[in-house]
Design a protein around this ligand. Structure first.
Ligand code: SF4
Ligand code: SF4
Length: 378
């Protein structure tokens, strides 16, 4: 890998939220207090150094920003107030943009106005499209069954089409992450057996965020896991049980109980995260990038309109339920299209992948060392 210094790198990362990077004088306090910094992944000081030196390619192949869970300890202990925790966060945003082959992520992170415009355009197109379809084929006063305004079979087919397209984008981006962090560097090249041996870590870290749970501060992990599991539960319900969720107006507790729990989980955790950011009540809430606000507000809007349209249907107001359903879809589509492969939600894949790759890297390095030791003369 060619190593070239790029003096514009700090300014570039500042757009992604980096704070006061140049204040860092490498005392190492941050690394000493970081609960997750363990050899060979010594951070955040090393990442701060790459950034200050403008080592773009080094930073791009770096897994360490994903191993940080933004507990905030390092920022609190930094004698120079160089905000290493927020800088690690900005690196995750920047890396998300580097992995994305379309350039959309870069556009969204660099300009909140572009993101807002994208959301508005997608929301209008979604609203118009579904409204025209619904009025042409159904009755806006009918919520489910034959002649419904937005029949569950149509929405289901739309969901699966969208999921296939978005997953393709995300998979390509994950492939690029692999290439930057594992594939192109001979130091990190691992055998298929090494990947297979560690594959279980992907699921473990995705579902439990085990590493985050090892942090002394349990509050943020609890909030994060409830938010993530609520979101995943809702996704599973929508992708696999939509006809059951939409049928009614009687409540089907087998399906709806999970939906209520997931909606409550989303509304409460998102409200807490929003309130924390307004109050700046913790170090990781002190600085908020515009994309953090947009993401949380959209998630809250989607959960709220989802439960309201459901309530209107159960209360016997199919017209209000259909209007709210339309409003709900106008939030869901832009949120999924923009956030899943190109922005905040992509970290649900990148972080467990980084945990997995970091273990494979360690195995690969250990194998190389032991092979080198065997070639030494006795
Ligand atoms: S970020 Fe702060 S604590 Fe970390 S090495 Fe730099 S000056 Fe020291
Ligand atoms: S925010 Fe916490 S996990 Fe992240 S680098 Fe700082 S101390 Fe480590």
């Amino acid at each position: 890998m060619t190593v070239q210094a790029d003096p514009r790198l700090v300014a570039e990362l500042e757009i992604y939220g980096a704070q006061d990077v140049l204040k860092c004088y490498h005392c190492g306090n941050c690394t000493a207090v970081c609960p997750f910094s363990k050899a060979p992944f010594i951070f955040p000081r090393k990442s701060m150094r790459y950034l200050q030196m403008g080592l773009r390619e080094k930073l791009k192949s770096n897994l360490e920003p994903w191993l940080c869970y933004y507990c905030g300890e390092c920022s609190e202990q930094c004698p120079r107030e160089a905000e290493p925790g927020e800088t690690m966060m900005s690196m995750r945003r920047w890396l998300t943009a580097q992995y994305d082959f379309t350039g959309i992520s870069n556009l969204l992170y660099r300009s909140w106005k572009m993101e807002l415009l994208g959301i508005i355009v997608l929301a209008i197109l979604t609203g118009l499209g579904f409204y025209m379809f619904g009025t042409a084929t159904g009755d806006i006063h009918k919520y489910d069954g034959p002649g419904a305004f937005l029949p569950s079979a149509v929405i289901h087919a739309f969901d699966w089409t969208m999921a296939t397209i978005l997953s393709t984008f995300l998979l390509i981006n994950c492939g690029r992450m692999w290439w930057f962090t594992m594939g192109r560097d001979p130091e990190h090249r691992a055998t298929p057996a090494m990947y297979a041996r560690r594959a279980g870590l992907l699921l473990l870290h995705f579902f439990t965020q085990k590493r985050y749970s090892e942090c002394d501060r349990k509050g943020p992990w609890r909030l994060h896991i409830v938010l993530m599991l609520s979101y995943v539960s809702m996704l599973v319900l929508i992708m696999f049980f939509l006809p059951m969720m939409q049928a009614g107006p009687a409540v089907n507790w087998w399906a709806h109980a999970f939906g209520y729990a997931a909606t409550a989980g989303l509304l409460i955790t998102v409200a807490m995260a929003l309130w924390g950011r307004v109050q700046k009540s913790a170090t990781h809430y002190k600085h908020s990038h515009e994309t953090d606000w947009i993401f949380l507000i959209m998630l809250f809007y989607v959960a709220l309109t989802g439960i309201l349209q459901h309530a209107c249907h159960r209360l016997g107001s199919p017209y209000a339920a259909n209007i709210l359903y339309l409003a709900h879809l106008m939030g869901v589509v832009p949120m999924l299209v923009l956030e899943v492969p190109f922005s905040k939600w992509a970290h649900m894949c990148y972080r467990p992948l980084a945990m997995y790759f970091s273990h494979v890297q360690v195995d690969a390095m250990a194998a190389k060392e032991s092979a080198a030791a065997e070639t030494l003369p006795a």
